[in-house]
Design a protein around this ligand. Structure first.
Ligand SMILES: [Zn+2]
Length: 380
């Protein structure tokens, strides 16, 4: 399946389903408010040179950090914090990213005090160098508790697929000879240093420590367990992390570590809550360009998931399908490695959403593969 969005793919942020599919027919929950809203987003800034610091507004610096992936960058931000700076996200633990930090600390950040290191969530590009930055500066790590402990729950780089995870892939109908590809997800943990062994917790609506009273913590769910965003009403700025990206849709996946999860409802609820923020707010995302048009982007993403839900339901109407079969229907193009896992996880997220609503039912077949079928009578 072609991936027409203009930004390339990142294994951490990118949805495998970020395609413009057939127009939404309907879906009871999300389509009504979203369909047809395609207002253009406005991008006030061009991408800066990778590795350089750009002032977006007084007290807000933008650092475009290069990454050795298909998605070739992450946006990091530095916020004025008294006589120092708060670093928001770190980049992955790659030699390239470490070299950028080294050159900044030898150049424009020479002598600058780092007051804290905020990680919006645990994914490698966001928290990979937290340990180095905290150790170097003596600054605390600021994270939500679920993100901090969720990272600790992942086993790190492994050479074999753990039995619990193998059981997940089997129930999904994932071909056994592709299990090795599934295991590539653990290789991403080579890009995260072990986290510092203490952290300061971020809680929803709290003022961000070390800054003026206006930066507030907002929490989103669905992409990762307790994703922090930072919002300043006075500045009319939202640092959205991966919760709201302008050009790619965020990956919403069930994973082997929490196979019964239903993250799509949480994701859609988080999107809805963002509509309380004024539309004119400047959104500073982790990937892509800063933009205005928050409400339009929320509507686009709601519409995207409505289309995917319709396609998922249609697939399970034709015959009972395994998660893997649904993923092949949603992504007929060739996939490699971890993209398979993301497609599988995103397909299961949409199936679990439909199952929770009673739109599909599932049962294990004689070989232990779970098959989903559309219920003949749709709930009103
Ligand atoms: Zn992420």
């Amino acid at each position: 399946m072609p991936l027409p969005e203009i930004e390339p793919v990142d294994v951490f942020a990118r949805s495998a389903l970020a395609t413009e599919a057939t127009p939404a027919r309907h879906h009871q929950v999300v389509a009504a408010a979203a369909a047809g809203k395609r207002a253009a987003l406005v991008y006030p800034y061009r991408a800066p040179v990778a590795g350089s610091l750009t002032e977006i507004a007084p007290g807000i610096l933008w650092l475009r950090m290069p990454m050795p992936m298909v998605l070739n960058h992450i946006n990091l931000y530095l916020l004025a914090a008294g006589d120092g700076w708060l670093v928001v996200d770190t980049g992955p633990a790659t030699p390239e990213a470490m070299a950028v930090w080294k050159s900044l600390f030898a150049g424009p950040l020479a002598g600058a005090r780092i007051a804290g290191v905020v990680c919006t969530h645990f994914h490698a590009d966001h928290s990979g160098l937290a340990r180095m930055l905290c150790a170097r500066s003596g600054a605390p790590l600021l994270m939500t508790p679920m993100e901090y402990f969720w990272r600790l729950a992942w086993p790190g780089v492994l050479t074999e697929l753990p039995a619990e995870h193998a059981a997940y892939y089997h129930e999904c109908g994932f071909p056994a000879d592709m299990a090795l590809e599934a295991n590539e997800i653990f290789a991403t943990f080579a890009l995260i240093q072990p986290l510092p062994l203490s952290f300061r917790r971020l809680r929803e609506h709290d003022a961000l420590p070390h800054t003026d009273d206006d930066w507030r913590v907002l929490i989103g769910h669905g992409h990762s367990p307790e994703h922090a965003m930072l919002y300043s009403a006075a500045r009319s700025v939202l640092i959205s992390g991966d919760q709201l990206l302008p050009q790619i849709s965020t990956n919403i996946s069930v994973t082997a570590i929490d196979p019964a999860a239903e993250p799509l409802s949480e994701w859609l609820a988080s999107l809805e809550r963002l509509l309380a923020i004024p539309d004119a707010t400047l959104v500073l995302p982790a990937h892509g360009l800063p933009f205005r048009g928050l409400h339009a982007r929320v509507a686009q993403l709601q519409s995207h998931h409505a289309r995917v839900l319709n396609r998922t339901l249609a697939t399970c109407t034709e015959q009972p399908c395994s998660t893997y079969q649904v993923s092949k229907a949603l992504f007929p193009g060739p996939l490699k490695g971890i993209a398979h896992v993301l497609a599988l996880g995103e397909s299961l997220a949409h199936l679990h959403y439909l199952a929770r609503r009673g739109d599909v039912a599932s049962a294990l077949d004689e070989s232990g593969v779970r098959r989903f079928r559309a219920r003949r009578e749709q709930p009103a």
